[in-house]
Design a protein around this ligand. Structure first.
Ligand code: APR
Length: 309
């Protein structure tokens, strides 16, 4: 049977993701937005369906402003939320988006009780906790998309600096999806060669910082929104690994229960992604310095989650 993927939020990230998923023929796609915007998700879905003959895909794309068409989804991606508006504090945004993610999760968990949830809405690590508490899904079926995106940014910067194909560059970024994220040069390679063998510490430090500022750099240029091409590509890679049971090892935000010395928080770590969702947390030995940075990042996530209460 054809797989079904629901994408909630038909804005920049959601619509671009729906297009990528259809083009990858990973399954039929249901694109959902709020009733006040009735016609918008349907119009985008129709437009995507009409590009199928040219792009060579037969995936169905359905737009909706109710949840009935989402029933029985294998994967549900939540991109719903509002961007920060002038005069709005970080806490206000946190509470508004938490309310949105909670309401969306209630609907999708009821109609797709066996789905794997992938959260994209920001602030990411806190929104994952809201989705897990609301859905009551086991932790293997609630994942946050951040690490794949942050690593992809780092990969592109390394490729650019060394003048090599981005395809043979791998990078690892752990921690929360914010200023305290932890790029790990020791686990970042060009065809297996650690970048620490290929670049000066100064150059690596610059790349690490640009990675941490990756989201902000795009926002500054766009002026009217945040990144969506790379975020949607990162999410599509996660969906593919789950639906094809590829068991890719990717950095994702997952609920830690003692792994890496962190308990009761969503933090980005390397995980194996397959048909069951998160199938294993890959634990690597960190240096004292790397571990300290990861603990600092977890503390920042904890603070965010505490301000939700
Ligand atoms: N149910 C469904 N959709 C909703 C809801 C809701 N309760 N509330 C808001 N939305 C929709 C909006 O109507 C909008 O179409 O979510 C969409 C968000 O789209 P954009 O504003 O274009 O934002 P986008 O750039 O896609 O980012 C979405 O992903 O990367 C993160 O920080 C980003 O949290 C943000 C999210």
């Amino acid at each position: 049977m054809q797989k079904k993927i629901t994408v909630v939020g038909a804005g920049n990230v959601g619509a671009t993701l729906a297009q990528r998923l259809a083009e990858m023929e990973l399954g039929d796609v249901v694109l959902v937005d709020i009733p006040q915007l009735d016609g918008m998700p349907q119009g985008k879905a129709l437009d995507m369906a009409e590009s199928g003959p040219i792009m060579g895909y037969d995936s169905k794309v359905i737009g909706a402003t109710s949840y009935d068409p989402t029933a029985g989804s294998d994967v549900v991606v939540i991109t719903a939320g509002i961007p920060r508006k002038p005069g709005m504090s970080r806490d206000d945004l946190l509470k508004t988006n938490a309310g949105i993610v909670k309401a969306v999760t209630e609907q999708v968990a009821r109609l797709s009780p066996d789905a794997v949830l992938i959260i994209v809405s920001n602030p990411l690590d806190a929104m994952c906790l809201v989705a897990m508490q609301t859905s009551k899904f086991p932790r293997n079926r609630v994942l946050g998309m951040a690490g794949v995106l942050d690593s992809s940014r780092m990969r592109s910067f390394i490729a650019e600096a060394l003048g090599v194909s981005a395809e043979c560059v791998h990078a690892t970024v752990l921690g929360g999806h914010g200023d305290t994220m932890v790029p790990l040069p020791r686990f970042s390679t060009v065809s297996g060669i650690p970048i620490t063998e290929l670049m000066t510490p100064e150059r690596i430090a610059q790349i690490n910082q640009r990675t941490r500022d990756g989201g902000a750099e795009v926002v500054k240029l766009l002026k009217t929104g945040s990144a969506f091409y790379a975020p949607s590509a990162a999410t599509a890679e996660m969906v593919e690994s789950i639906l094809k049971d590829k068991k890719k090892v990717l950095p994702c935000a997952v609920y830690l229960q003692g792994e890496y010395g962190i308990n009761g928080l969503f933090v980005g770590v390397p995980v194996k992604l397959g048909a069951k969702g998160m199938e294993e947390i890959v634990q690597v030995k960190l240096t004292h310095e790397e571990d300290a940075a990861l603990q600092k990042s977890a503390a920042a996530v904890k603070e965010l989650c505490c301000s939700l209460k």
